[in-house]
Structures are given as C-alpha cells and as structure tokens.
Design a protein around this ligand. Structure first.
Ligand code: HEM
Length: 154
C-alpha cells in the first residue's frame, strides 16, 4: 500500500509472482522478434536474466528493493545498454513486446494501470536509448528510478 492507502503500482500488477510472469512473457516475446532475438541470444547472457529483470521492474514500480540490494544498480543497467549505436528500432520493438507481454502474463486490464505501465516503459526505453551513442558516459551512482501512479518520482 502507498502512504495514501492506495495499492502501489507493484501491488496492482500482482506482486512478485506477477512480475516474474511478466518478465518471462516479455523475454519470450523478445526471442520471437526477428531483430530483438539477436541481443538476447548472445553467449554471455546472465542465466538469471528473467528473474533479475522481474526484480528490477518490481522495484522501480514500488516493490521491494531486491534488485538494488541483491543484483546491481541503475548505473549497471544503463551501462549494460550503452554504446550500441543507433538502436531506436530495438527500443520500439522492446516496448511493443512489453505491451503484448502484459496480456500474455494476465496483468489486470485496468485502463489506468495499463496507461501507467505504458508511460513507464516509454520513459525507460528513452532513458536507456539516451546512452546508445558510442562513447556515451553513464553517470556513476545513478539512482534507481521510482515510477508511481503520477509518473517519475523525483
Ligand atoms: C532497446 C531496448 C533494449 C534491448 C535491446 C535490451 C537488451 C538487453 C540485453 C541484451 C540484456 C542482457 C541480458 C543478459 O546478459 O542477461 C539486458 C538486460 C537488462 N535489461 Fe535490457 N534491453 C532493452 C531495454 C531495456 C529497458 C527499457 C529496461 C528497463 C525498463 C531494461 C532493463 C534491463 C535489466 C534490468 C537487465 C538485467 C540487468 C542485470 O542482469 O542485472 N532493458 N537488456
């Protein structure tokens, strides 16, 4: 629950198991995409990619701080996606896979929740793509984003 007594976005999605199902569905969609399949099929993929992605999204959307406590931080996430050159098309595909995965994973079809999740992912894709020019410098100690019903929380 949030301070105002309203469920967090994390709770509205369905908590930990729902985020795992969402990350799994999203990964499946990425692997089925002819372009996105390449970056996700490299030999050095983290074996727990899906679990880590689920923990990351859960934390950003108001869940427990499992990613920043047990996995890595925002600087690592930005660094992982940086310096790949012009990948705007991959960003569009990533967003499309996320929106389809919401249905695949059975995330509640509440219009306010869906709009909130879409706005978050549009923002997050743009944030990652901002570091795609070769040589882009990722800031050290970048704070984990927090996304609420009202958008990015300062
Ligand atoms: C342009 C679109 C994107 C592409 C092509 C992409 C690709 C990737 C790849 C290849 C990995 C590494 C997988 C591995 O080695 O385990 C990864 C990891 C990850 N990505 Fe993305 N990604 C994109 C956008 C995003 C966005 C928008 C977010 C956040 C909302 C995100 C969050 C993450 C996280 C949390 C990880 C796991 C980091 C970890 O293992 O600690 N990605 N991504």
């Amino acid at each position: 629950m949030t301070a105002a007594g309203r469920p967090s976005v994390y709770d509205a999605v369905g908590g930990e198991d729902a985020f795992l199902a969402l990350a799994r569905a999203h990964h499946r969609r990425c692997l089925a995409d002819p372009e996105l399949e390449h970056p996700f099929s490299g030999p050095d993929q983290h074996p727990q990619h899906v679990e880590r992605l689920a923990a990351y999204w859960a934390e950003v959307l108001g869940g427990p701080a499992r990613y920043s406590r047990g996995c890595a931080d925002q600087t690592h996430v930005l660094w992982l996606h940086s310096g790949n050159g012009e990948i705007d098309d991959l960003g569009r595909r990533f967003l499309a896979c996320f929106l389809l995965a919401l249905d695949d994973a059975g995330v509640p079809d509440d219009p306010e929740l869906r709009a909130c999740l879409r706005a978050y992912m549009e923002w997050a894709v743009a944030d990652v793509l901002a570091y795609s020019p070769p040589g882009a410098e990722v800031p050290a100690g970048a704070a984990m984003p927090r996304w609420t019903w009202d958008g990015l929380s300062a």
